[in-house]
Ligand binder design. Sequence first.
Ligand code: SF4
Length: 324
Amino acid sequence: MSQAILTASGLNRIFKVRHKGKMQDLHAVSGLDLSLEPGRTLGIVGESGCGKTTLNRMLLLLDQPTSGEVRFKDKLPADMTHAERAEFRRAVQPVFQNPFSSLDPRMRVGKIIAEPLSSLADLSRDDIDNRVAEVLEAVGLRAEDARRFPNEFSGGQRQRIAIARAIASRPSILMLDEPVSSQDISIRAQILNILKDLQDEYGLGCIFISHDLATVRFMAHDVIVMYLGRVIERGTAQAICSQPSHPYTKALLAAALPPDPDAPAPDVPPRGEIPSPLDPPSGCPYHTRCPLKMDVCVRERPGMLASPHGGVAACHLLDPGYAP
Ligand code: SF4
């Protein structure tokens, strides 16, 4: 197994927020571990508010964990030299959900794509122009598009421009935060296919964040499922999507992939609202929505237990003492 290029261990992020007139702790991410190897995609799935975006910001070193650590090539951010930080900025490139806000409308596309190259001192003007043309073509646009402005492109094309910018500096990791959820269904498949091709061609490691388990199944090798800031299931994408163990993962899967495409989406969980992270449930954080809840679920938080698919999940039902 190749060595991980990005790892997080024991990651916690607590925000202080005012709630009902007093300051309270909001646990956005709790006790999270992950590792990403070159050429692999790690999918991070969960509903809005589960901590995915906070996690993404910490992995991009845009936010500091309250405790725990992120390492890039086994190096802590605090121990990085100026040059190593610059290397991190080149090597780890984000693609965000909304290409309308992530591309400066006053800049020509060529300049937008060339931006991450500005710190690479060994590139001449010609090198940069050639690189811009190369990545535009890699995402299915034309080299001449470099002279146009973002507002001359459709939403799907703008997301391709954002991806071209992300790969221009030849990164080793793409951090994809809901990269297709603002696109029409017909455009999503095109962008996902482009991302897959680029991953194969450039050997990229990818973190793919999404609320939609169907797109994660298509993109990812490994998956972690988050709920209220915690990982509640992890395993290979293939195993999690064919044999999910946690009731929440089953619900996400049922919602993403209704068995009969002509039938209405099944009325399965996730039922009701996600609880407030300011007032998380006792015991299993999913017990307020879980159709399989037992008495113990209200009292005790389940630990990570081995699941039949070879991964792990946080559910008492995996404990032989409680299994049906
Ligand atoms: Fe449902 Fe209990 Fe499992 Fe939580 S621990 S997911 S409440 S069965």
